[in-house]
Design a protein around this ligand. Structure first.
Ligand code: TGC
Ligand code: FAD
Length: 404
């Protein structure tokens, strides 16, 4: 049943619809009880802790650092990793559902979890030594330490294989030199997973303590998007690296891409959360807002927008649940993940733009979450592989011919 308690068009906090209205095919009912409980805990945290303050944080380009430990306590960092690796031992589907819930709040929150869990904990758990796992994973899982992932460079984004960051062999280890740009959380991180080329031309994953001599981190300012997330540039000037800091099983660019598969999978689910929040807001507003003495929801053109929004959201939800099933069976391909990441981010952006129109002038304000989601999604359509790169990955997969 819809709940209509909205007295002031500017007050979104009182708008409340049962979740069923965003889950048209009752897909969440198919989740095991433990996953529904984890989802409810994260949803409740987002609604009570994030949503009341996120507009202010986004306007001021800040975030609450206590969110890291709270996300850790909620099990949002690597939920599908085994408990001994700092995770929760949940399914890949559960991981996706939690990312969807976080991104209902804000992309920045989901990004915190994506980077920590999929881009830092996952490579340590999968390619790290026993000592590295023991040192980092419990702390990262709890959110006591913050990690970041450095693949992109100022001159090399879509083409990380041309990276210039170098690992040079010296007595007692290696010297690491180069720079990594657009690195989520770098300014607040303790450790970075850095991808660098060795003298033999092979790409190597390295664990870099960001307090080491020779490391400098600068915050990137002036972002119109992902404003509640901090992004930085990491400069490395002949930083001494011990052999023990190399991820022993991460030699080859493909290992960096394996991490991206995990994070892109989370984005494929997360973008749906942003779309659901925009749809929810637009539906509530359209029913309450009157023009020509009628709710604007009674006009066919508004209904077309709303009906198409929930149709495309439902299509994405169905694809995400199938993707989750394949991931749980260990059968998902990186090309399937690319297709879902691309399609769902595009869907979410379209939903956000339509929702913004339904809200009229109010749609451009921070009284509603729509414009914030919309500008966040402009980052999501670019990071973790741009919209066009994912199209080319699908093209490569179906033709066997790379067009990069
Ligand atoms: P290519 O020659 O095709 O491949 C090199 C090696 O990697 C293997 N490989 C993969 N392995 C696993 N999963 C994948 N998705 C893989 N893609 C490729 C490949 O088999 C090969 O292995 P081997 O053993 O034969 O050497 O590589 P390429 O250099 O031609 O590049 C292809 C392309 C364009 C698809 C790739 O470079 C790409 O995906 N570019 C996009 C870069 C990107 O996504 N960067 C993301 C940076 S991290 C980020 O944005 C974090 S945002 C964090 C947040 O949420 O806040
Ligand atoms: P470019 O590669 O320069 O691309 C520019 C345009 O050219 C795009 O439209 C692209 O699709 C197109 N293009 C490029 N090559 C081709 C081609 N072969 N065919 C057709 N078109 C092509 N990176 C990290 O390593 N770690 C992070 O934590 C991280 N966080 C980020 C956070 C934010 C807020 C942002 C905005 C980015 C982040 N990134 C991170 C970087 C992100 O992954 C890159 O921005 C992305 O991979 C694209 O690289 P680029 O920006 O250099 O664009």
């Amino acid at each position: 049943m819809l709940i209509h308690v909205l007295s002031d068009a500017k007050c979104r906090k009182v708008m409340s619809y049962p979740f069923k209205y965003h889950d048209y095919f009752d897909l969440d009912d198919t989740l095991p009880e433990e996953v529904q409980m984890a989802r409810d805990a994260v949803r409740s945290w987002v609604d009570s802790v994030v949503s009341p303050v996120i507009e202010t944080h986004a306007m001021e380009a800040t975030f609450d650092p206590t969110w890291f430990s709270e996300l850790g306590a909620l099990g949002c960092f690597g939920p599908a990793l085994p408990a001994e690796d700092g995770g929760q031992g949940l399914s890949e589907t559960a991981y996706g559902v939690l990312m969807r819930e976080l991104e209902r709040g804000d992309t920045a929150i989901r990004s915190m979890a994506s980077v920590q869990g999929s881009l830092v904990m996952y490579p340590i758990a999968s390619f790290g030594s026993t000592e590295q796992k023991e040192k980092y994973l419990p702390r990262l899982g709890r959110g006591d330490w913050i990690g970041c992932f450095g693949l992109t460079e100022p001159g090399h984004g879509s083409d990380p294989g041309s990276m210039e960051t170098r690992l040079q062999k010296v007595a007692g280890g290696y010297k690491l030199s180069g720079s990594k740009m657009w690195i989520t959380n770098a300014p607040v991180a303790d450790v970075a997973v850095i991808w660098a080329k060795k003298e033999d031309g092979k790409v190597q994953g390295v664990l870099l303590d960001l307090k080491k001599e020779g490391v400098k981190v600068e915050t990137i300012s002036g972002k119109w998007s992902l404003r509640a997330s901090v992004t930085g540039t990491i400069y490395m000037d002949e930083v001494l690296i011990s052999v023990d800091d190399l991820l022993p099983k991460a030699t080859g660019l493909g290992y960096a891409f394996k991490c991206l598969n995990k994070a892109r999978y989370g984005i494929a689910w997360g973008a749906i959360g942003a779309a659901m929040d925009c749809y929810h807001t637009a539906l509530s507003y359209a029913i309450e807002r009157h023009q020509f003495n009628k709710p604007i929801a009674s006009f066919q053109l508004t209904q077309k927008k709303l009906a198409e929004m929930i149709t495309t959201i439902s299509q994405a939800q169905l694809m995400a649940f199938r993707l989750g099933k394949l991931a749980d069976q260990g059968a998902v391909t990186s090309a399937q993940i690319s297709m879902a990441k691309r399609a769902h981010v595009e869907m979410a952006l379209k939903v956000a733009r339509e929702a913004r129109q339904i809200l009229g002038a109010m749609g451009i304000t921070n009284d509603y979450p729509v414009m914030r989601h919309m500008v966040n999604l402009e980052t999501v359509i670019t990071y973790e592989g741009t919209h066009d790169i994912h199209l080319l990955i699908t093209g490569h997969d179906v033709t066997g011919l790379p067009a990069y």
